[in-house]
Design a protein around this ligand. Structure first.
Ligand SMILES: [Fe+2]
Length: 130
């Protein structure tokens, strides 16, 4: 299964390549789960996402500022929501370990949030820029 598809492209090369990387990492977690290795992979995935989204969100926010996008604060609030979720997940996994339920809940949350965010919020940004 691959989350990334051409139709997710918003037409900004840097952002598209970062979105593809995020999708690929979530695919990896799904693949690990299907081999019964989800519990081993989940913490690494969450740590990767924490670092990578920090860079990715700041790239998006830079683009918004430089283009005069009017919904910077709204968009930033969504990034902050995701960042907080990832921080909570990491803490939970480090303290309590990853149950199968936590792994699958995380998988679906990541996929759902990212796809929605790209298709609605980032697409709206791209439409403004172009
Ligand atoms: Fe975004």
């Amino acid at each position: 299964m691959s989350m990334w598809k051409e139709s997710l492209k918003i037409g900004v090369a840097l952002i598209d390549s970062e979105h593809k990387e995020l999708c690929d990492r979530i695919d990896n977690l799904f693949a690990a789960c299907s081999k019964g290795k989800g519990k081993d992979e989940i913490l690494q995935t969450v740590i990767f996402l924490e670092e990578y989204t920090h860079k990715h969100f700041s790239d998006e926010e830079k683009l918004q500022r430089s283009s005069g996008y009017p919904k910077v604060a709204e968009h930033k609030a969504m990034h902050e929501y995701f960042t907080q979720k990832i921080a909570d997940l990491k803490k939970d996994i480090q303290e309590n370990g990853a149950s199968v339920a936590v792994v699958s809940k995380t998988n679906y949350f990541l996929m759902d949030w990212l796809l929605n965010h790209i298709q609605k919020v980032d697409t709206e940004l791209a439409q403004y820029i172009h």
